[in-house]
Design a binder for this molecule. Structure first.
Ligand code: PDD
Length: 280
């Protein structure tokens, strides 16, 4: 793979970062994952807008413009012949020269890394025909989940816990309500109405979420933005999640209880079709 590091394109084996980098030592970094379908970027502007917001919230200085980001993304797609998959982008606060809780002095350049991840067959994932199974776990993450930081240890632990039980993913629950999935936004459907948690600092403001809700609205589907419980999900007609890397994914089981018929629901299937066809 040819990757991007701080202004240069190079083989991945030559891309190295300091052991003092704050991304490595403190998890002091933000990221984005932008999907590539048929060699083209999807939702590019949405991801770059959220990136700018994450950087601003954490006061990480980075002066790369939207057009420069676009050029880097396109060049990586071209250099790697990427057809289907994604581009991972990470910006950390940079190398401080030593471990230190203080932010580095003004003018310290951030560490900017981008690389492609090839995922052939992403848009025809058979998992979407079967639906996936989730377990619930308490949401023990920090309270700024609206910022897309690389602090993904708990999300990773949740995913491993699900797999240990033979399931696919985990839903986080806080104060009795589902916040989101380990790396996605969650929805249930009851009597034709799509229910999903409203935006706040409790969840990541999914780019796919925003597009899918817009598409649902255009298709005259009813939407209610409010928190829901695990019991409500288990009694729902269907459930699904959204993310840049899986689009719309039907969920057929929550904590061992089948949702609806135990098969992917019609709303999730329809939204997945609309989303993929509009992205291609
Ligand atoms: N994850 N919630 C969380 C906690 C996420 O990590 C993600 C994305 C989402 C969905 O956001 P979007 O629709 O913008 O992808 C919601 C990415 C895909 C990842 O970590 O790989």
């Amino acid at each position: 793979r040819t990757v991007y590091l701080n202004g240069d394109y190079m083989p991945e084996t030559e891309a190295t970062v300091s052991i003092f980098d704050r991304g490595f030592v403190m998890g002091d970094a933000v990221y984005e994952v932008t999907c590539v379908l048929d060699g083209r970027l999807t939702e590019f502007d949405g991801h770059m807008a959220r990136l700018a917001r994450s950087l601003k919230e954490l006061e990480i200085p980075c002066d790369i413009s939207r057009d420069e980001w676009l050029e880097i993304h396109r060049k990586l797609i071209e250099l790697n012949g990427l057809q289907e998959g994604g581009i991972y982008l990470q910006i950390s606060r940079g190398d401080v020269g030593d471990r230190d809780f203080h932010y580095p002095p003004a003018g310290t350049p951030p560490t900017v890394v981008l690389y492609t991840q090839s995922r052939p067959g992403l848009s025809t994932d058979p998992k979407a025909d079967e639906g996936i199974k989730v377990i619930s776990v308490p949401d023990l993450r920090w309270h700024r989940r609206d910022i897309k930081t690389v602090q993904l240890l708990y999300a990773s632990m949740a995913k491993m816990a699900a797999e240990k039980e033979g399931k696919d993913d985990a839903w986080f629950v806080e104060d009795g309500f589902v916040t989101e999935g380990s790396s996605n936004n969650c929805y249930i459907v009851k009597n034709g109405k799509i229910i999903t948690r409203q935006l706040s600092n409790d969840i990541l403001h999914g780019i796919t979420r925003s597009s899918v809700l817009k598409m649902a609205q255009e298709a005259q589907m009813e939407i209610e933005e409010r928190p829901f419980t695990i019991a409500e999900a288990q009694a729902a007609d269907e459930a699904f999640f959204t993310s840049a890397s899986a689009f719309v994914m039907p969920i057929v089981e929550v904590d061992g209880v089948a949702v609806g018929s135990g098969k992917p629901g019609s709303v999730a299937k329809r939204l997945r079709e609309i989303y993929i066809s509009e992205s291609l």
